[in-house]
Design a protein around this ligand. Structure first.
Ligand code: DGL
Length: 283
């Protein structure tokens, strides 16, 4: 048993959809959440760039003493999950991938829509899952450019609906009866997606399954917090604290009093994040 925190990171506020479920299911666990708000969105960046950011964020969380890390971002998981597990074999590192398998078993007509970023669709994780379990199934892959930005900025409902309709139309035209949210930002607009998709279609948010999986991993490795512990939560952003705090308040009803981090190169030229108040490294 250990009361060290669980680390989570995302390109921005999307991973809070995983964080809120983790806190709901595991109230004794403490967390450290990092939003790489300086680089959001990740979805249309190159793999090399996203990999460098993920390495810096994961290293920060492990240096802070996290006993496990959740890559609370499908895009980051698609690009960096395997490499991070290779680098830190002693720390359980969980990732997110579109919940294609459960969607297929729930779908009656075997037509499944998947909403994600371009980088997630191009990633090896997604292609491997499709190869393993999607034979005889029609998958409608919908790249949702701009949707994560709408969640970050809290776009007006009309703008959101207009964008969502353009993404949902091809899936509805193909008669997908199950829709997978393959980006952690999207559960924050799940009610609008459900309303536009209609009551006969299922929309799947993977966060509850990820939190349940984390609970199993912690208990198998004897890493769960003691039963009398009370979770303490810290939030960091590589952007502006006031902006992150406002988004956090809007999305999960919490004033996180986030701490600012800054990106810099270390002596080996790798990207690292440090408290914004720490002195900058020699370039
Ligand atoms: N939240 C991230 C994901 O799950 C993506 C958003 C982005 O940065 O493009 O894929």
């Amino acid at each position: 048993m250990t009361n060290q925190p669980i680390g989570l990171f995302d390109s921005g506020v999307g991973g809070l959809s995983v964080w809120r479920e983790l806190v709901r299911q595991l109230p004794t666990e403490s967390t450290l959440y990092v939003a790489d708000s300086a680089h959001v969105p990740y979805g249309n960046r190159s793999g090399v760039e996203v990999m460098a950011f993920c390495e810096g964020l994961c290293r920060f969380l492990i240096d802070q003493g996290c006993k496990a890390v959740v890559v609370a971002c499908n895009t980051a998981s698609a690009v960096a999950l395997e490499a991070l597990r290779g680098r830190y074999p002693a720390v359980p590192i969980l990732g997110l991938e579109p919940a294609v398998k459960p969607a297929i078993s729930l779908s009656r007509n075997k037509v499944v829509g998947v909403m994600a970023t371009p980088a997630t669709f191009q990633g090896h994780l997604f292609r491997a899952t499709v190869g393993r379990c999607a034979s005889g199934v029609r998958l409608v892959e919908q790249v949702c450019l701009g949707l994560a930005d709408c969640v970050e900025s809290g776009a007006a409902e009309e703008e959101l609906e207009r964008l969502l309709r353009s993404f949902l139309d091809p899936m509805l035209a193909a008669d997908a009866d199950t829709i997978v949210l393959g980006c952690t930002h999207y559960p924050f607009v799940i009610e609008t997606i459900r309303r536009l998709a209609g009551p006969e279609r299922r929309v799947i948010d993977p966060a509850p399954a990820v939190a349940a999986h984390l609970a199993r991993v912690l208990s198998e490795r004897d890493l769960a917090a003691s039963s009398d512990a009370r979770g303490v939560h810290r939030f960091f952003t590589t952007g502006t604290a006031a902006r992150f705090d406002a988004a956090c308040q809007r999305l999960v009803g919490l004033d996180p009093r986030s701490e600012e981090l800054g990106w810099q190169r270390d002596g080996a030229g790798l990207w690292v994040v440090r408290a914004a108040s720490e002195p900058t490294a020699q370039q």
